[in-house]
Structures are given as C-alpha cells and as structure tokens.
Design a protein around this ligand. Structure first.
Ligand SMILES: Cc1cc2nc3c(=O)[nH]c(=O)nc-3n(C[C@H](O)[C@H](O)[C@H](O)COP(=O)(O)OP(=O)(O)OC[C@H]3O[C@@H](n4cnc5c(N)ncnc54)[C@H](O)[C@@H]3O)c2cc1C
Ligand SMILES: *[C@@H]1O[C@H](CO)[C@@H](O)[C@H](O)[C@H]1NC(C)=O
Ligand SMILES: *[C@@H]1O[C@H](CO)[C@@H](O)[C@H](O)[C@H]1NC(C)=O
Ligand SMILES: *[C@@H]1O[C@H](CO)[C@@H](O)[C@H](O)[C@H]1NC(C)=O
Ligand SMILES: *[C@@H]1O[C@H](CO)[C@@H](O)[C@H](O)[C@H]1NC(C)=O
Ligand SMILES: *[C@@H]1O[C@H](CO)[C@@H](O)[C@H](O)[C@H]1NC(C)=O
Length: 511
C-alpha cells in the first residue's frame, strides 16, 4: 500500500471503523469524500459474492452495454438477488453521509451515459430472471434481469405472449418503464397499457407492489417515468394467446426507393388491420444506401392486400414466412450496426402519417449526413439510420401514465440514429466529446426531418418525444408534456431525499 494512502487511512480512521476485516485486494482504499468507495466497501462486506470490482468477469457482465458510448468503468458492481437485497443496497447508496453516484441496468440498451452506467455503484438486475405465468389471472410476472427474447422463449411453449420488445437484446427494464412499442402495439397498446402491477423498491428501502388501486400516483409515474422513483425488480403484465405469425425482414437497394416510399405511404395511410405492423429503415454508411423492412402479421397468413404492394418490390435479401414468434424475433435480430465496437446517438421525430415527401426527405437527409460525416471522419465508420414506424392504433388502447400517449393525438416515434466505430479503450473524456458531437448531429437530423413533417401537416413542433428514443437533454416538457408538474409531485412524495437524483438520465423531476 502506498505510504500516502496508509497515512491518509490512519489519519481519517474511516476505513478501520467501517471495515475491521482485512481489506487486501477485496476492498478499495478510501479517497476523501468518495461516496462510491465507501458504498462499495460496505456492499462488499454485506454481499461478498454479489459485489464485484474491475478486472472480474462478473464486473464486466454487470457494466456491459449494447453501445460503448453508454458504458463506463464503475467503482464496483452489485447483483441483488431479491427485493430485500435491493432494499439494503439502495439504503447504503442513499445514506445521507454516503450518497454515492449509481445506476441501475437491466438490458443495457440505453443510449446515454449515466442512464444505466455510472462511475459509482453499478446495480445489475441480472439475477431477476423469473417468468411466472398465472393462467387463472391471465397474467405473467417478469423479472427485470431478462431480455425480451429470453422472455419469449419461456412463454412460447405455454402458447401465450406479452406486449414486449421487437428487437433481440433489449431489456425488460428500460423498455417497460419508458413505454414499450411492441409487435403487438396496434392490438393491445404499449407495454404500459398492459401493466397490472410493479414491484418497486423505494429509496427509503420500502418494498411496494404498486397497482392502479394501491398506489395510483406511483403507478402513474412508473408508466413512462423510467428510473425516477426507485429500483424496479419485476412487473406483472397481461398475457395473450399466441399463434404462428407471418413476418421477418427484407433489405432493398437504393434503386427501388421510390416504390418503397410509395408502399410505406400506402401502409401508413390505409392499413387498418391491427395485426399488421412494420418498421421501415433508411440507412447509409456514406457509400451505400439501403432500405430495410421488418414486418409482422400476428397470424399464420395475412389477408390478401395488406403487404402486396411492399412484397412486390424486388428485395436484395428477403426472409419472410409463416413461423413461430420466437423465430421471427431472432430473424429481425439485434440491430448491431456491423462496424465493430460502436458508439450510438439517437433522437426522435414524432410523425402522424408518413407521406412520400417526408420519406423522400428522410432518404435524402440520411444520405447527406452519412456522406458528410464519412468524409469528415475518415478513420471512423459511420451508419446513419432513420426508422419510420407506421402504427395506426398505437394510442387507441392508452390507459394514460407518465408518457403522454392520448388516443386523440397519435404520433409515431421515428428514430433518427447514428452509429460510429469507437475504440473501447479510449479515455472517457474522449468518448464523451465524440458522443456529444454526434448527438448534436442527430438532433440536427431530427430537426430537418421534423421540419418537412411539419410542412406536410404530419407533425407539430410541440408533439411529444418518446422518452426511450430521445436525447437525454431534451426539454422535459417535450417528453412529458402537461404531466411534468404531477410527476414532480410524485417524485417528491416517493423520493423525498432525492436518492434517485444520484443516478443519471434526463427526465429529472427533482432539482
Ligand atoms: C436495438 C434497440 C432496439 C430497440 N427497440 C425498441 C422497441 O422495439 N420498442 C421500444 O419501445 N423501444 C425500443 N428500444 C429502446 C429501448 O426501449 C430503450 O433503450 C430502453 O430503455 C432499453 O431498456 P434496457 O433495459 O435494455 O436498458 P438499460 O440501459 O438497462 O436501462 C434503460 C433505462 O431504464 C432504467 N432502468 C433499467 N432497469 C431499471 C430498474 N430495475 N429500475 C429502475 N430503472 C431501471 C435505467 O436506469 C435507464 O434509465 C430499442 C433500443 C435499441 C438499442
Ligand atoms: C457473464 O455472462 C456470461 C454470458 O451471459 C455468462 O455465461 C457468465 O456465466 C457470466 N459470468 C459471471 C461471473 O456472472
Ligand atoms: C477501471 O477502474 C479501475 C480502478 O477502479 C482501474 O484499475 C482500471 O484500469 C479501469 N479500467 C478501465 C478500462 O479504465
Ligand atoms: C455522470 O455522472 C457522474 C457522477 O454523478 C458525473 O460526475 C458526470 O458528470 C456525469 N456525466 C455525464 C456525461 O453526464
Ligand atoms: C458500406 O457498406 C458496404 C456494404 O456492406 C461496404 O461494401 C462498404 O465498404 C461500406 N462503406 C464504408 C465507407 O464503410
Ligand atoms: C385506474 O383507476 C381509475 C379509477 O378507477 C381509472 O379511471 C383508470 O382508468 C385506471 N387506470 C388504469 C391504468 O387502469
């Protein structure tokens, strides 16, 4: 141990008081005012097998993210196994003399630093991996350590399904607490419209089963309010019977874009069968433009007409057929941009219907940005992608909640994103600078597309931005609209000590 630390240690005596056990390599040396170090040592003492430090496989698992740009080196990580563990952990983290920065990670698909990553205590929900079907109630209880593809694999043999993620790897946690657009959304709404109860560990350590009748305010806040109210361990949602589905994915070259745009406009304006859904992709790496299509019909055979126009366009790659739901999800895949380790910035444009002029603008802006950024960053691979989601009844099943999705004003979240290759070993400051540069590019991209949509009468500048797609520094009012004052009250009531302010992300309801 370096003498200076020994001196510091003897001087403060803090470490000896807190940890009478030998500290060796299992514990960290104290630094002045470092809540994370104090919390990590306390956690290691209380949960020796569940707490990890850098350099271990468990730590790597706990801190890993889908995009390198939202990942960081924590002081330690911990994997609670029960709500009681989570309660003890949050009480240590939030203790008035500690107040350690922390983050809670489910599937690790957040795009923004500090939302589910931290320089302090990384809480990983990995061990909450139960799925329990209650046939009598017609509900499923799902642990927050699972990804949706894992949930579907467990439900398919039971002949049921739930409103969950569309893409492999997305976590149950963030998806469910943010809103949740699913392949079932036209039929049943967002995930938050199918929610029955939420098990949440409040910053006080109290464990609550929140339902609409037991805690109407908290239950409201949790439906879109993400990590503002506590650590959520599991949710109970409605189940629906599942048959075979028809769907999969297709890729088209730039040459067929006009037909593609016209087919997407037709689908967006005319399709009224709630079992039919698609997500369109406009993607370029600066030299090659492609259209993508992910398609799902929730039944073995779609009625004639619905997909005829789009399926008549010659595709470069096509994998569409009648298959199991699980097989369709695995065909659609994980949206890895295919450029090795990558950073990712995303924003969103709210659009009612996708008309041809909007889709043409999307193609043009994707190409322009990808070409410019590729030229400006010759040592970086860039993939720009915009994804129209032409729902027709996504808000029709709304039961309200923090995320405003009123049936009277349905807007579709159009993800505008940018993936860039990145050195995973680069210093954090460099990663933050890069991310901030590319985040402003996607903000600008979203604004150009929205201008066209506004001109076409398909968007308003104050339409709500979907929290799970938006940049974290978006104005709170654009994300939560008139719910903001109510959400501030709920946060003040359930987190009076502002413990959840020690974690990151946007949508902060307390100052
Ligand atoms: C490839 C890809 C595909 C996507 N597809 C869809 C889609 O089809 N539909 C859709 O609606 N969205 C989609 N999204 C967006 C996705 O829903 C969000 O990124 C979501 O937040 C990810 O959840 P997660 O659990 O994987 O992420 P995490 O990074 O683990 O968490 C995200 C947020 O949730 C909070 N959180 C996680 N667990 C807890 C917990 N236990 N308690 C309290 N707070 C918690 C985190 O603190 C963080 O703020 C997609 C994203 C990606 C990258
Ligand atoms: C880390 O994750 C991998 C892949 O999920 C798993 O096989 C492995 O057991 C995990 N290791 C630890 C120590 O948790
Ligand atoms: C992470 O932090 C630890 C100290 O807590 C340090 O030893 C290690 O080198 C860091 N790793 C990276 C990749 O920065
Ligand atoms: C992330 O959180 C840490 C700890 O609270 C803070 O110091 C840092 O500035 C945050 N970084 C960003 C990019 O928000
Ligand atoms: C773009 O993608 C195509 C097809 O994958 C590839 O051939 C080309 O090299 C890529 N261009 C760049 C600049 O990465
Ligand atoms: C909650 O209960 C209230 C009052 O009974 C009702 O109006 C509301 O629709 C319910 N919300 C949900 C999400 O079930």
């Amino acid at each position: 141990m370096p003498t200076i630390f020994m001196f510091y240690f003897l001087y403060t005596g803090v470490f000896a008081l807190l940890f009478p056990v030998a500290f060796g390599s299992d514990f960290l040396l104290p630094h002045a005012d470092d809540g994370a170090v104090i919390a990590c040592n306390l956690l290691k003492k209380k949960f020796p097998k569940l707490t990890s430090f850098p350099g271990t496989e468990q730590f790597v698992n706990d801190t890993e993210h889908w995009a390198i740009s939202s990942q960081q080196n924590s002081t330690c990580s911990i994997e609670p196994t029960s709500a009681e563990d989570a309660s003890a952990i949050i009480q240590i983290i939030g203790r008035p003399d500690i107040r350690a920065p922390f983050a809670v990670k489910s599937g690790g698909h957040a795009y923004n630093l500090n939302s589910s990553s931290t320089p302090g205590v990384q809480v990983s929900m990995a061990r909450f991996n139960d799925v329990n079907y209650n046939a009598k109630q017609g509900t499923v209880t799902i642990g927050f350590g699972l990804t949706w593809d894992q949930v579907y694999e467990r439900l398919e043999p039971l002949g049921i399904m739930v409103v969950g993620g569309r893409i492999t790897g997305v976590g149950v946690g963030g998806f469910s607490l943010g809103g949740g657009y699913s392949w079932k959304t036209n039929q049943f709404g967002l995930l938050i419209d199918t929610l029955v109860s939420v098990e949440v560990v409040l910053p006080s350590g109290e464990i609550i089963q929140a339902t609409n009748s037991s805690h109407p305010d908290l239950f409201f806040g949790l439906r879109g309010g993400l990590n503002n109210f506590g650590i959520v361990t599991q949710i109970t949602v409605e189940a629906h019977p599942q048959s075979l589905v028809f769907g999969g994915s297709l890729t088209y070259s730039s040459e067929t874009s006009d037909e593609f745009n016209s087919a997407i406009e037709d689908f967006s304006l005319n399709t009224v069968d709630p079992k039919a859904q698609l997500v369109a992709g406009y993607k370029s790496n600066g030299t090659q433009f492609q259209n993508q299509l992910f398609m799902s019909y929730d039944g073995p055979v779609p009625p004639p007409g619905i997909f005829d126009k789009i399926l008549s366009i010659p595709a470069v790659v096509s994998d569409i057929k009648t298959r199991t739901f699980v097989d369709m999800i695995s065909t659609i895949g994980d949206l890895d941009p295919g450029i090795g380790p990558f950073g990712f910035a995303q924003h969103v444009v709210p659009i009612v219907h996708y008309t041809v002029p909007i889709l043409e603008e999307i193609k043009q802006q994707v190409n322009a940005l990808a070409s410019r950024l590729s030229a400006e960053n010759s040592d970086t691979s860039i993939v720009v992608r915009i994804a129209p989601e032409p729902f027709f009844s996504s808000f029709a099943h709304s039961r309200g909640g923090a995320y405003p999705h009123p049936p009277g004003r349905q807007v579709n979240p159009t993800a505008t994103s940018l993936a860039y290759s990145i050195d995973p070993e680069a210093p954090l400051a460099d990663k933050i600078a890069l991310q901030s540069k590319f985040a402003s590019e996607v903000r600008n991209l979203a604004s150009l597309v929205q201008a066209k949509a506004v001109e076409e009468g398909q968007s308003l500048w104050d339409d709500i931005l979907y929290d799970n797609y938006a940049l974290t520094d978006s104005p709170l009012e654009l994300v939560y609209g008139e719910n903001v004052p109510k959400l501030r009250e709920i946060a003040a009531k359930y987190d009076p000590e502002k413990v959840m302010m020690l974690t990151g992300g946007f949508r902060r309801f307390q100052d």
